[in-house]
Design a binder for this molecule. Structure first.
Ligand SMILES: [Zn+2]
Length: 277
């Protein structure tokens, strides 16, 4: 077992993006002593269907939720980049900022959205996934953004990008989250979006903006049930009780190191067995 401690950077669009897809994995890596950085690109300020709130109200609520959730997951460094929510991200500007953070924090592994996922309509998810992947592959070039190098950060080779979720490319990494499943549930419950989803699905008489302690207990049970059934369905593929899965790509400067995989797919060979950690 390689016990080198890594610098791992989750790059996502909205404060509640990680809760369902990779929170158990990040908590596990934090427990194992890796350094976890969370970079939330937008303020999440349009993420509500309520009509009694302003953009600033929502941004403040979402940041508070994210910090509370990350505390449970053991993520000590949460960086908010402050872009507006809902399709207004300037990709070039974002890529430069992400390259700066990858260099400054010497990120070895980036976790993000799969920007090539079919039928993804959210522009923030596509833009953030794409720019995070590009940033990971390009942070090593010393002549790219030389102002950063002059300012004191060094070029850095980020060696892996882990695309989260089950709806992109077939997963090639499965992570056993049995030891952190409870943290995943508790962290997800910090978000109003999770409470709203649970109330919609299981308890329409609960107002997610105003949950009593008794109702929270109820919703916690529903969250356990929902997240467990998702994690069981993923784990089943590789004989794990509960899991999260990813499509991981190693990077080369300016590329992913996937020529062999793509050739093999083109020739119709069976895919390589996924790795389980
Ligand atoms: Zn999102």
């Amino acid at each position: 077992m390689n016990d080198k401690k890594l610098s791992i950077m989750a790059i996502f669009a909205h404060p509640d993006d990680l809760a369902f897809s990779c929170a158990g994995t990040l908590a596990r890596w934090a427990e194992e002593g890796h350094e976890i950085h969370a970079i939330c690109v937008t303020t999440g300020n349009v993420g509500t269907l309520r009509t009694d709130l302003t953009l600033d109200d929502v941004a403040q609520m979402r940041e508070k939720e994210l910090r509370a959730s990350n505390e449970i997951l053991g993520i000590k460094n949460t960086i908010m980049l402050g872009y507006p929510d809902g399709g207004f991200i300037d990709g070039k500007k974002l890529r430069k900022e992400l390259i700066y953070h990858i260099r400054a924090l010497k990120a070895d592994r980036v976790v993000t959205f799969d920007p090539w996922q079919k039928y993804e309509v959210h522009p923030d998810h596509m833009m953030v996934g794409r720019m995070a992947a590009e940033a990971a592959a390009f942070a090593a070039f010393p002549l790219l953004y030389p102002d950063q190098i002059k300012g004191g950060v060094s070029p850095y080779s980020c060696s892996e990008v882990w695309f989260m979720g089950i709806l992109g490319h077939a997963p090639n990494m499965y992570v056993d989250i049995s030891s952190t499943f409870q943290k995943k549930v508790e962290s997800a419950l910090k978000f109003e979006a999770t409470l709203t989803l649970l109330a919609d699905l299981f308890a329409p008489n609960i107002d997610p903006a105003n949950v009593s302690p008794k109702e929270l207990k109820k919703l916690t049970k529903y969250a356990q049930r929902l997240l467990r059934s998702m994690a069981i369905a993923i784990g089943k593929k590789v004989n794990l009780e509960v899991a999260e899965c990813f499509f991981m790509q190693k990077t080369l400067p300016g590329h992913f190191d996937n020529f062999q995989m793509l050739m093999s797919e083109m020739l119709g060979n069976p895919p390589e067995k996924p790795k389980v950690i």
